[in-house]
Design a protein around this ligand. Sequence first.
Ligand code: GDG
Length: 732
Amino acid sequence: MDRLTLRWFARDLNTRGEFIANTLSEPLAEAIAAHNDRRVQTLIDRAIQDERMVAVGLCSPTGVLMFRTAAYPKKMGCAEAAELAVQPAPRLRIEGGPVHVGLHPIATDTSKVADIVLLHDLSFVDRRSQDTRRYLIVLIAGLGLAMAIITMIVAQLSWRGWVSGVRAIMRGEGLLSPLLSPTPGNSPPPELEPFAADLRARLRDLEDEYRRAQGPEAEWNPERLRALLHTRLRGDQVIVVSNREPYIHERQGDRVVVKRPASGLVTAVEPVMRACSGTWIAHGSGSADRQAVDRHDRVRVPPGHEEYTLRRLWLTEVEEKGYYYGFANEGLWPLCHVAHVRPVFREADWQMYREVNQRFADAVVAEARSEDPIVLVQDYHFALLPAMIRAKLPRATILTFWHIPWPNPESFGICPWRREILQGMLGSTILGFHTRYHCKNFMETVDRYLEARIEHEHSTISFQQDTTLVEAYPISIEWPEDDEVDRWPSVEQCREKLAERIGVAPDHKIAVGVDRFDYTKGILERLHAVERMLEKYPEWIGRFSFVQVAAPSRSSLEEYKAFQDRIHQVTDRINQRFGHSGYMPVHLLAQHFPHEAVNELYRGADVCVVTSLHDGMNLVCKEFVAARDDCQGVLILSRFAGAAREMPESLIVNPYHVEETADALQRAITMPPAEQRERMASLRMTVREFNVYRWAGRMLADAGRTRLRERIEARVQRHQDDHHNDAAPVLH
Ligand code: GDG
């Protein structure tokens, strides 16, 4: 029995004792006064008939035990009893068990006559305390059980929600839809909402990362393109015509070296040609080109692999000057780019352009092994070629791809031979541009200057006997194979090499630009942005450099010479303004670099800057993205490049707005790695899926459809003719 319970009951028993003492006071006082001992004994014996009373003793006022009942302990005198009774928990253990000791006076109205000692049984307290304890244990256990059951029910309900949510994700129904989607009557509990939102966002990230890692569902690659050529095009001959050749043999001392030109067109078309093993007809411009060809002016390329035939066509200086430099590059190039350089149109150049187009058309006819080859005509150098080929090979499938922008009708209208150019182009079966916007401009131009039927719904133009499909095919690059990537030097090595090349510490921030040295590429605007950036954020002076590779291009033209001189001057000015010994903010490398060196530059840089004033597509930005398998590096991209439509994760700028480009540069060099990764991973997914095989594949698939339709129409026509012949009356 614990002390607390004992005290609690002691108070109760004292009250009870007082009550008994009061009840017995009068008869006992009378019996003691009458010296009636028998009566006294009877009275105290009767008192123990109460079941809780164990024993009673009666003490004289002088403390002598006068009477006692049978169970009263012999050893306990009145003094001991008095001493025990005043304690807070007066307890005594006797033979029958524990008892409570109480001492109460027996008095008449005038004086005290004795003290009565009452020994109450305490074993019932033990019993009751044990009962209480048992009851409490049962109560607590019951409560615990009830709480556990309630908790389990609640947990079960929420767990079921989570489980069904996760199962929904696994079934691909979206994220936590049953539990968390805010459908009426099924919205998540408000306290779970933030948690659910976090979980949903995280799961979405994981889903995105998974999709990125998976790559496109049906990837376009050389095998798929080859398969398409053999099935849909039944292995028919493919002929490519371009001005620039894919491999140039150059004499260097007494050695012959093979070079790949800096050309977006070559970058894109070459892998397609390797996949379809056709014939590529191009101007042989290298100093050792004649040495390399056979007597039919053909050479198998790529050197050492020999996957397709390069047929070279020789142009005289006069022809090249008039057709290439003159009409194509001083006339059509500025006309289509609208980059504030005046187009120059000379009658003599136009004549030469027509003659050279005719020479290429003749070469196509000579190379054709059937009357219906597939001819891929490349770019603005050959606007007249499609109609010229069509005149000689009416059943050929002619796919013309215009690699540069097409301006609006007003801008194009300044060309004196606009009708001839449009008519020449409409000899094509399919006419491709990079963007829908360029297609729209072209159709509006035809509408303005020719009598043609335009069907906007099918995107076709019918002119005279022929119908041309005008379609957007955004060009791209070949996505590098894994084994090629494995051979690349690491990003760290590229970085060190680049830092070493320009003599800076490895933690120096470096932005690069890689272009043909052309006024449309926005190199001047880029330099102004670098200058403004250093002016506005001087903390970067000495810690940031810009490296511009400018591959020589069309340098014999006055416009280009003046432009290139200007770039050199501005570079010098910026270097004088912000440079100091051992530090140059701008490195202008006006030379042609090998392909591997360009790739190393992309991999070693922090930022790639593409600020074209107008560009059909631009492949440099796609090459940069393909080179960054570390998912780092920031792309700054002009909104006037066709690529801007496909690559919104880059920092899109208006290159004419120097302030905006300068801020983009600053933002790029301070961008946290996590953000770089997020943007770059997304860009890589796009470029990998929308690769050059897809570009060629879509165009060739459209060609396949057209050819099939033409064959069916021809058969139908034959049946009709046969029917007419059979039905016609025979005249004798
Ligand atoms: C036209 C359209 C369209 C540059 N310097 C070097 C070098 N390059 C390579 C680049 C890239 C190519 O040249 C340039 O391609 P772009 O697409 O940027 O530009 P354009 O030559 O103007 O091409 C253009 C393209 O056709 C395709 O349709 O995108 O809009 O103007 O591949 O890497 N390559 C090497 N050394 C250099 O110094 N090896």
